[in-house]
Write a protein that binds this ligand. Structure first.
Ligand code: ATP
Ligand code: MG
Length: 366
């Protein structure tokens, strides 16, 4: 999988910028606040996922302009694709693949996949469960378009139910529709849990091998998907899981009404990580936390490769400077085999001299 060409129009601080990329390593070098991460963000949007850092789509549009446009030329599974993604200030955006209008999420993840590693990922294990759920969701939305649809529907149901739970005035009317809501939440939520648990069961051994390499064979990293407590086996029969989830919802109904919150479901789940049997969140050192985050990202990359036989494009946003030399070496040695687009303030010279070097200056790429 390769991004050959990228054109940005009124995207973030770019007015009109064309950029050619090569196979292997591409370095975007420049001082702070020039537009390096903005380029990675535009590339990331081509996967069909939402930006990891923009709260609203209007943030993506250059100040004072009516909309942004991202155009890209890609090579995927030996074929060329032209992708066009428009982000208007008002109304819905449009996506075309080779000139044909596409359903954003499913069609794009079919042709283009990325793994992004940014400084905020270095605390993937230290942060709350939401960060790890986001990690799972970002990977799964690219791997399984059906998952993206389910996850979006689940989120809508939870948002809607939360509004109902908080609407004191219409409480009696709400009580009448609550069972229907819960039935749908259970059906969609169970499917979400199964996708995530299956993914984790495949990811865990890959991540363990990578972590063992990074730690010089001294430590063992394990991961487990933790879900609704009444579900004993998240890989078990669907019906059994649905019944268990429903039981959990029933026992929490009163508390949900009291607190005005949805307390039960995969939006509360976690990916529990342990090193040598001890929970990372409580016991991992800084170095162990970084190694585990690195292992998770490289395991995600490996999973994509296993799924489609091609490495996804690796986006490294300023992480090298945050890693010590042993971990930097790991990244440098494991990047070949695919395309990598790497931002840095200074050229450390660690990446191959054959890597393409592009200078970023105030919304321009030279
Ligand atoms: P650092 O090395 O500090 O991470 P960077 O080169 O990665 O810097 P970016 O985050 O890519 O920097 O770009 C930041 C710049 O883009 C800022 O100057 C910011 O004001 C500008 N910017 C962000 N959004 C918009 C927008 N919608 N319109 C115009 N400029 C924007
Ligand atoms: Mg940046």
């Amino acid at each position: 999988m390769r991004l050959d060409r990228l054109c940005l129009h009124d995207f973030r601080n770019y007015e009109c910028q064309r950029l050619e990329l090569q196979d292997g390593v591409n370095l975007l070098i420049g001082p702070n606040a020039q537009g390096k991460t903005n380029v990675l963000e535009a590339i990331f949007l081509l996967t069909g996922s939402r930006s990891w850092r923009a709260g609203r789509k209007s943030e993506l549009i250059r100040f004072g302009t009516p909309g942004a446009l991202i155009e890209a030329g890609l090579t995927s599974r030996g074929r060329d694709f032209e992708v066009r993604l428009s982000i208007p200030l008002s109304g819905r955006g449009a996506v075309t693949v080779n000139g044909v209008k596409a359903n954003r999420q499913s069609r794009l993840s079919d042709v283009f996949r990325c793994v992004l590693f940014a400084p905020e990922d270095l605390s993937l294990l230290r942060d709350g469960a939401a960060a790890r759920r986001r990690f799972l969701d970002t990977a799964l939305c690219q791997l399984r378009p059906r998952y993206a649809e389910l996850a979006a529907e689940y989120q809508k149901l939870i948002d809607h139910k939360t509004r109902l739970l908080r609407d004191e005035e219409r409480r009696s009317a709400m009580m009448a529709v609550l069972p229907d809501f819960d039935a749908r939440i259970v059906a969609v939520g169970t499917a979400v849990i199964r996708y995530r648990a299956q993914f984790v069961s495949l990811l865990a051994p890959v991540c363990q091998d990578i972590y063992r390499d990074i730690s010089g064979g001294r430590e063992t990293l394990s991961m487990r998907y933790a879900t609704v407590s009444t579900i004993e086996n998240p890989l078990g029969p669907q019906k059994e899981m649905e019944n268990a989830f429903f039981r959990h919802l029933e026992t929490h109904r009163e508390a949900e009404l009291r607190l005005g919150q949805c307390l039960s479901g995969p939006h509360k789940d976690d990916l529990v990580m342990e090193i040598d049997g001890r929970p990372c969140r409580a016991f991992a050192s800084q170095g162990q936390t970084r190694s585990a985050a690195l292992a998770m990202k490289f395991a995600e990359r490996e999973m994509f490769f296993r799924d489609c036989g091609e490495y996804p494009v690796l986006l490294l946003d300023d992480v090298l400077s945050e890693l010590d030399s042993a971990r930097q070496s790991y990244v440098v040695e494991h990047t070949p085999g695919g395309q990598a687009i790497i931002t840095c303030c200074e050229d450390t010279g660690r990446f191959s001299p054959s890597g393409r070097r592009l200078r970023v200056e105030n919304g321009r790429i030279l």
